[in-house]
Design a protein around this ligand. Sequence first.
Ligand SMILES: [Zn+2]
Ligand SMILES: [Zn+2]
Length: 98
Amino acid sequence: MCQQVAYVALPAPTHSRQLTSILSSEGTRWTKCGHFQRHLVVAIMDCSSSRCERSLRHPSTCRSQSCHKNFGQEVQKDIDAVDEYCWACRAAAAKRQR
Ligand SMILES: [Zn+2]
Ligand SMILES: [Zn+2]
């Protein structure tokens, strides 16, 4: 996996309480179960916090356990929609029938 992901700086005042970075992605929406299948990470919206491991500002030498490790939320953009259940839901349904 050698994917270039653009880092986008969040406008500071409106996101002053934003403590974790946001992942912006594109994918398929499975409309019957509402799940989202990510195809591509479009951008990472950097919270510019040195307390967030997902931020470019986070020092690589940091050994703190209290830093945020995960993206706070994900902005999901539907590039297409399929009127079906997703693979995971279909597998789960098949299991239940047995
Ligand atoms: Zn840290
Ligand atoms: Zn599903």
